[in-house]
Design a protein around this ligand. Structure first.
Ligand SMILES: C[S@@+](CC[C@H](N)C(=O)[O-])C[C@H]1O[C@@H](n2cnc3c(N)ncnc32)[C@H](O)[C@@H]1O
Length: 174
């Protein structure tokens, strides 16, 4: 994750005064650290990843950064199995950085999870330039284009594609 993307995540979390954030794709915790910095001091990050090892790395990284263990809730599993168990309108921000093929499904879940005025954020939208390359592209890229169209045409969302890092698609739920 680029420093610019990290700074944008902090800003976005702070801009909605985030108390509850859901993250899809814990990885090694880089994005989680940025989100936690931007959230309220009592905010809780709920982060989902099917790889227990990744979550273990992230847990250690959060601790090394001085975040109390109760600032993060680690849920092991695939997003589309875990997200349906999370509370309706219970989140200020949903950050999507899991399986690009599932981004459209994450959008549908995010609309349910977000409170009005909450933000959904997708990482890696440029796919290293392939999203705007007119040559033949894999399904992953076609799906990213479909996501962009869906977000742009949604009456429920106010979107902006931030050209930081590999492209950060943000949208406010009305
Ligand atoms: C690009 S990495 C995330 C990086 C992380 N956000 C960071 O900044 O450190 C993608 C992560 O998504 C996880 N992932 C893959 N498929 C997933 C799924 N279906 N649901 C949730 N997470 C998934 C992978 O295990 C991997 O840790």
């Amino acid at each position: 994750m680029s420093p610019g993307t990290g700074a944008a995540l902090r800003l976005l979390a702070a801009s909605v005064d985030a108390k509850a954030v859901a993250e899809i794709g814990t990885g090694c915790g880089v994005s989680g650290i940025h989100l936690l910095h931007g959230m309220r001091p009592d905010g809780v990050l709920t982060t989902v990843d099917p790889e227990p090892e990744h979550q273990q790395f992230a847990r250690q990284a959060f601790r090394a950064c001085g975040f109390a263990s109760n600032r993060a809730r680690f849920i092991p599993g695939r997003a589309l199995e875990v997200l349906p168990r999370l509370a309706d309108a219970g989140y200020d921000l949903v950050f999507c950085d899991g399986d690009r093929l599932e981004y459209l499904d994450y959008l549908a879940e995010s609309l349910r999870l977000l409170r009005p005025g909450g933000l959904v954020v997708f990482e890696g939208i440029f796919a290293n330039g392939r999203t705007v390359d007119s040559g033949p592209q894999p399904t992953e890229v076609l799906k990213l284009r479909e996501l962009l169209r869906t977000v742009r045409e949604s009456q429920e969302l106010v979107p902006s594609l931030l050209p930081v890092g590999d492209g950060l698609l943000c949208a406010v739920k009305r």
